[in-house]
Ligand binder design. Structure first.
Ligand code: SF4
Length: 126
């Protein structure tokens, strides 16, 4: 979800650069099943300054978000998928109200919410 909403902002310049690189790989392999689902710190977290000793400083909160999204998308640790499949599932299964409920407490929520509003204005009325 964070990758899909990424607007070039993040915790540090190293983190932003790493996310851009990951997005580039994913978008260049849009249909390729190259995303491996994990419920632990992943490649996106690798350069995050909040990652300490292989764990997120906000582990409990992140675990909750992961659990919500795993349920919505029916994706669990060990599953392998593609950016195409994830974006398809997002458009089909994530209603804006639900997004607000899940991510409302995240510090990046305003930015991500603006993004979702801009790409799916019709769904915002649901
Ligand atoms: S609001 Fe936070 S957790 Fe939700 S998609 Fe955006 S950055 Fe990720």
């Amino acid at each position: 979800m964070c990758l899909q909403s990424f607007q070039g902002k993040g915790y540090s310049s190293a983190f932003i650069a790493a996310v851009k690189k990951i997005l580039s790989v994913l978008n260049n392999n849009y249909h390729g099943k190259i995303i491996s689902i994990t419920h632990q710190c992943d490649d996106v977290c690798k350069h995050c300054p909040k990652r300490v000793n292989h764990q997120c400083e906000e582990e409990q909160e992140i675990m909750k978000l992961d659990a919500y999204f795993a349920k919505i998308f029916q994706l669990y640790a060990g599953d392998v998928t593609s950016m195409f499949e994830i974006q398809k599932a997002t458009k089909k299964q994530l209603c804006p109200k639900e997004f607000g409920k899940i991510c409302g407490n995240c510090r990046w929520f305003k930015i991500c919410n603006k993004h979702w509003n801009s790409i799916s204005p019709a769904r915002m009325d649901e």
